[in-house]
Write a protein that binds this ligand. Structure first.
Ligand SMILES: [Fe+2]
Length: 204
C-alpha cells in the first residue's frame, strides 16, 4: 500500500504531500506550495525518487513550487488541464497513475476550481481545497461553481467511512480526519440539499 507523508508548508497554512511506495521508493510530490525544498529534502532523506508531481488544482499557493521540482527532478507533472494548461499527464475522472507497486486515482471534483481533483490511493484521499477538516473550499472565486462543489462533496460523502482525509490547508481542529468524522462534524458536509449548501457557502 502506498504511504502518505504530510508536510506543513507554512505560508498560508498549506499542506504538501509525498505519496510513496515503501518497496520501490518511487514517489509523487503533491502541491509543493511555496516551499518545494521541504518536499525535496524529505524525499532525499528517505531515499525516494520523485516520478510524479501532482497538483490538486491551479491556485498559486499550491503550485508556486512546481518549477523548482520539475527542474531538479525527472518528475512528470500531472494535473487537470482546466486548471493547468498542457501538463505532462492530463488528468480526467478516473485517471490511474502507477507508482511503484501501487497506484493513485484521480477523481475530478470541480467547484472550488473547474480542474480541481482529489487523489485517492487505498483508503486515503488528498483533497486539495475541495474538502478541509470541518470545512470546504471557497466557491466565490473566479472559476468557482457552488453547484459543482456541492455535487463533488456528495461524491466524497459516498466514499467508505474509514477513508482518511488529507486536506490542502491546515484549517481544522486536526490535521487529518475521516469521512466518518466529517459526516458528523462538517456543517458543509451535513447540508441536505443544494439550496442549504449555497446559503451556507455563499452567505446568500
Ligand atoms: Fe485554492
Amino acid at each position: 500500500m502506498l504511504q502518505i507523508i504530510q508536510i506543513d508548508a507554512s505560508e498560508m497554512d498549506n499542506f504538501s504531500y509525498l505519496i510513496y511506495c515503501p518497496e520501490t521508493l518511487c514517489a509523487a510530490a503533491v502541491d509543493p506550495s511555496m516551499r518545494p525544498e521541504l518536499l525535496l529534502n524529505k524525499a532525499t532523506i528517505l531515499g525516494l525518487t520523485l516520478k510524479l508531481l501532482l497538483n490538486t488544482h491551479g491556485h498559486q499557493d499550491h503550485i508556486a513550487g512546481n518549477d523548482i521540482i520539475l527542474k531538479q527532478t525527472n518528475a512528470k507533472l500531472a494535473a487537470h488541464s482546466a486548471d493547468l494548461p498542457n501538463p505532462d499527464i492530463s488528468l480526467t475522472e478516473g485517471t490511474k497513475l502507477e507508482l511503484g507497486n501501487g497506484s493513485v486515482e484521480a477523481m475530478h471534483t470541480p467547484g472550488h476550481t473547474p480542474g480541481s481533483v482529489v487523489f485517492k490511493t487505498g483508503n486515503q484521499i488528498i483533497t486539495g481545497d475541495t474538502l478541509f477538516v470541518s470545512r470546504c473550499g471557497r466557491a466565490d472565486l473566479p472559476g468557482s461553481d457552488v453547484t459543482a462543489l456541492y455535487k463533488s462533496l456528495q461524491r466524497l460523502k459516498k466514499l467508505p467511512k474509514d477513508t482518511i482525509i488529507y486536506p490542502g490547508h491546515n484549517y481544522g481542529p486536526t490535521v487529518t480526519s475521516t469521512i466518518s468524522w466529517e459526516l458528523k462534524n462538517n456543517e458543509y458536509f451535513k447540508c441536505q440539499n443544494l439550496q442549504v449548501f449555497t446559503q451556507l457557502r455563499m452567505g446568500a
